[in-house]
Design a protein around this ligand. Structure first.
Ligand code: SF4
Ligand code: SF4
Length: 68
């Protein structure tokens, strides 16, 4: 299994990472960062498999993927 962290400083809320996740882990956010973007967030009820597809897709390098 895995875990992701999304850096709110770099996320621009483009949401390109949402459809590439096979498990629907990433969902739209409801908190704005300092630039006014509602940054995406992981859904704690979904299972990350550490496939890294989201991190590869993210144009800002905002997603870190960890295995546990
Ligand atoms: S690493 Fe894979 S499973 Fe985990 S959030 Fe990213 S795309 Fe989804
Ligand atoms: S692809 Fe990157 S910048 Fe775009 S919403 Fe996802 S984490 Fe944020």
């Amino acid at each position: 299994m895995g875990k992701i962290e999304i850096d709110p400083f770099y996320c621009k809320a483009c949401e390109l990472c949402i459809p590439v996740c096979p498990n629907g882990v990433i969902v739209p956010g409801d908190v704005a960062n300092e630039k006014g973007y509602f940054t995406v967030k992981p859904d704690p009820d979904k299972t990350c498999v550490a496939c890294r597809q989201c991190a590869i897709m993210c144009p800002e390098g905002a997603i870190s993927v960890y295995r546990d």
